[in-house]
Design a protein around this ligand. Structure first.
Ligand code: RIB
Length: 286
């Protein structure tokens, strides 16, 4: 099975702060770094590090060629990433002394994807392949519908959540992966039952941070705890989970085993700074 991830690529501008800045406040940061990021790109990197064959599609500006090169260096197929004239998306990220973050996004080129490009990319994929989507690019609704019409398995991680997600064709989603914020925004409550009412046929993973993961499919339901670790930076933990989870599934693991492996990978990710650079390699999980 080929995995196509149609998603964002961001330049992450990361600032270490004592606490997340409050309204009206100006604070100094103790360190500043620039990393490759974007939920889409991070998830492609995590898939590749886990061992999957993954094609990333999306758009950057001339200032984002290094992101494409970085993804290619991870083993991601980048032939479907366009380089245009609108500047690359970026994320302004504060990380506090507890490893918690706060992120402001500017979509840039991530919001410039046109249907011609979408149709041209989807034409390379077919029944049996998987399309992975987040919510950092434009036209996600069209992508879900067009991929489902081609017979692709659709996996949606509606992050970051916005009210427009409620109008997406959720009945066409086969795999739904959400955290508590996204679940509450989408279904009014962070429960599997509320999510299943929206996507009755989907396999659903509800990630709960340090409390682990709840999972539900039409035939089973369970909860798996997460290993307790000292968090340095939680950025990218959800993306790491998704990459390892989907690779596990496509490699033939049961949902339980794929989640068990993915929570280990996410736990390791939060012990390191940055997003894409903190995703562990498969041999570190083994
Ligand atoms: O999930 C982490 C990512 O969210 C960061 O890399 C940042 O770019 C934002 O999209």
């Amino acid at each position: 099975m080929n995995i196509l991830n149609f998603g964002s690529l961001n330049i992450d501008l990361v600032y270490q702060v004592e606490h997340i800045v409050r309204p009206g406040e100006t604070i100094a940061s103790s360190a500043h770094q620039v990393f490759a990021g974007g939920k889409g790109a991070n998830q492609s990197a995590a898939l590749a590090r886990a061992g999957a064959t993954v094609f990333h599609a999306g758009q950057v500006g001339q200032d984002g060629q290094w992101l494409v090169d970085t993804l290619a260096g991870q083993g991601v197929d980048v032939q479907h990433i366009r380089v245009g004239d609108v500047p690359t998306g970026h994320a302004l990220i504060q990380v506090d002394r507890h490893g918690q973050n706060s992120i402001v996004l500017f979509a840039g080129a991530n919001a410039q994807i046109d249907r011609g490009a979408i149709n041209a990319v989807l034409a390379h994929f077919d029944r049996g392949d998987m399309l992975l989507l987040q919510n950092e690019i434009n036209d996600v609704s069209y992508l879900i519908a067009a991929a489902a019409a081609r017979g692709l398995t659709v996996c949606l991680n509606p992050a970051p959540f916005g009210p427009q997600v409620r109008a997406y064709p959720l009945e066409s989603v086969d795999w739904l992966i959400v955290n508590e914020t996204e679940a509450t925004g989408l279904a009014g409550a962070a429960t599997l039952a509320a999510l299943a009412a929206l996507c009755p046929h989907a396999h659903i993973a509800l990630t709960l941070g340090a409390a682990g993961v709840q999972y539900r499919s039409p035939t089973e339901q369970f909860h798996l705890p997460a290993p307790q670790v000292e968090a340095v930076d939680t950025t990218g933990a959800g993306d790491t989970f998704i990459g390892y989870f989907l690779h596990g599934l496509t490699a033939g693991l049961t949902a339980r085993d794929a989640i068990a492996r993915a929570v280990q990978a996410a736990a390791l990710c939060v012990t390191r700074p940055g997003a894409m650079g903190s995703i562990p390699a498969a041999n570190e999980i083994d």
